[in-house]
Each structure stands twice: as C-alpha cells, then as structure tokens.
Design a protein around this ligand. Structure first.
Ligand code: AMP
Ligand code: MN
Ligand code: MN
Ligand code: MN
Length: 276
C-alpha cells in the first residue's frame, strides 16, 4: 500500500476550521496513512485526533507547532512524536498561551484606536476556547467588511510593522527545542522559506537550530514549487537535517492546500519518521 504522510495541519484547537475529528476523517478520505495534527501552541486537539485516527486505521503522530523567537525574529517549530503529557512541555505551552492571550488584547486595542471596536470579544467567541491567532483577527476584519480579503487584513493591519501589529517575544528557540526533545519528540523547522529571510540569515538560523538540538526541516509543504523543494533540500543537507512533509492545512475553503496533497519527498534524503 502507498504511504502518504501529512505531518503539519490545524484544527479548531487553533486556527483551523475543522474539529480534530473532522481533520482526521478528511485526511482518511484524502488517502493520508500517517498524520500529525500540529495546532499553534496547544495540545488540546491531540486526544480527539489520536482516538479518531485509531478507529480509522490511520497512524497518528502527536504534534504541535510552537511559536518561537530567535534573534528577535519569529520562527515556527513543529514538534513531532511528542509526549503530550510531558510536564516541562506543558508548562512551556501554558506560557505561550498567556503570551497569545495578552497579545490578542493588545491587537484589539490597536484596532480600537483605528476605530475598529469589539475585535477582542469577537475573536474570543470565534476561537471557542482554542488559541487566538492573527487568522481570527483577519476573519473578523473580513466579516465586518473592514477589508475585502484575508490577505488585505494582513497587508493593512496584522502583518509585521502594520498598524495593529504587536511585536511579541515568543518562546526562546533553544527552550522550545529542549521541551520537544525531552518529551521524546523531534523538532522540525516549519515552512523554512516563509520567513522572508535572506539566504545568509536562513543559513545562520538553520545552523543555530541544528546546534540547539533541532533535527528536521519541512522540505515539502502544501504549496512548494519544484524549485523551492530543491532549495530546501540543499538547506537540509548542508545542516544534516532530516526531511519532513506537511500541508499546513487549515480549512477546506482554501482550495490550494489540501490534506495529503503534497509533492513526494526527494528520495535522496532521510525522512524524519525514521526517528519516531
Ligand atoms: P499568529 O501565529 O497568531 O501570528 O498567526 C499566524 C497565522 O495566521 C498563520 O499560522 C496563518 O494561519 C495565518 N496567516 C499568516 N499570514 C497570513 C496571510 N497572509 N493570509 C492568511 N493567513 C495568514
Ligand atoms: Mn495558522
Ligand atoms: Mn506556521
Ligand atoms: Mn501551521
């Protein structure tokens, strides 16, 4: 049987639109055989995802996407095959959740100054107890017709340096890697080409990541072009990182990104799941 891995996706526990069970059911329909749900800074969807995967004969890998800061820049680190009951990991996540909720209030205050009221109440309601992300603010701005696309919400208000952007110091990169490692997991750089870094910054980042105990990098993501896969493969090899693959699926509304719909990993590189 053909194996199909998808090791990066989101549910209603963070900024996805499907519940963890719905994500697993959809993955099954899409032919995914090994799945990791990797919500932003929370493990709340893990139990439901694992149980649904078990009854649907999908190999489930516990996961998370941690928000981290290195040299004042934000990087997303996916933790795969983590132990969701690990105490230091849970404490680290709880700190990130506090940061997220404080940031959400600050974003709402900035929007209020731009005569956009009620953002905080609306995103809290929309997140239904899940992590509040900028994606929720973008949905709010769209639904209230302050912008006409989600992209415009980031371009005008939420993106780095824009009027409602709140600079946040997330978990220290080294700490986040430690939490993942000592919970038995593997730390993976999420979507390495999405940080708008120069090649030399990206190289510096990756060598620090490796030095701190990081072991993997996403070589294939939902919208990777063949050229992007080639470039990322080089970065992986230069730093002796293993390859991961994940769609970063958030919602069926985005027709460009689907669970399991991914280019194959290049055969020359060792996949991260050899470490699980
Ligand atoms: P946060 O982690 O709260 O800063 O939110 C980041 C999330 O917002 C990402 O994980 C994406 O899901 C979403 N996002 C970031 N940039 C964009 C964009 N340009 N258009 C749509 N969604 C975006
Ligand atoms: Mn997201
Ligand atoms: Mn991300
Ligand atoms: Mn993601």
């Amino acid at each position: 049987m053909q194996e199909t891995y998808d090791l990066h996706c989101h549910s209603t526990a963070s900024d996805g639109s499907l519940t963890p069970a719905e994500v697993v059911h959809r993955a099954k329909l899409q032919g995914v055989t090994s799945l990791a749900l990797t919500d932003h800074d929370t493990i709340n969807g893990q139990k439901e995802a694992a149980e649904t995967a078990l009854s649907n004969n999908i190999n489930y890998i516990p996961g998370i996407e941690l928000s981290t800061t290195w040299e004042n820049k934000c990087f997303h680190i996916v933790g795969l095959n983590i132990d969701p009951t690990n105490k230091p990991l849970i404490t680290g996540i709880e700190n990130l959740q506090t940061l997220r909720s404080e940031r959400a209030k600050k974003i709402a205050l900035k929007l209020e100054k731009r005569r956009i009221p009620n953002a905080y109440e609306s995103v809290v309601k929309a997140a239904k107890g899940g992590m509040i992300t900028r994606s929720h603010f973008a949905d709010f701005l769209l639904s209230q017709h302050y912008v006409s696309t989600k992209q415009e919400a980031f371009d005008r208000y939420l993106g780095k340096g824009k009027t409602a952007f709140v600079s946040t110091i997330w978990a220290d990169l080294a700490d986040a890697i430690d939490w993942i490692n000592q919970s038995g997991g593997v730390a993976v750089v999420a979507h390495p080409l999405r940080y708008k870094l120069t090649a030399s910054w990206l190289r510096r980042f990756l060598s620090s990541f490796k030095e701190m105990g990081g072991q993997g990098i996403e070589v294939v993501t939902g919208r990777s072009t063949p050229d992007e896969i080639r470039r990322t493969l080089q970065y992986a090899n230069q730093n002796e990182l293993l390859a991961s693959i994940g769609s970063d699926f958030h919602t069926p509304d985005n027709k460009w990104v689907e669970l399991g719909r991914l280019a194959p990993l290049p055969e020359s590189i060792k996949p991260v799941w050899e470490l699980f």
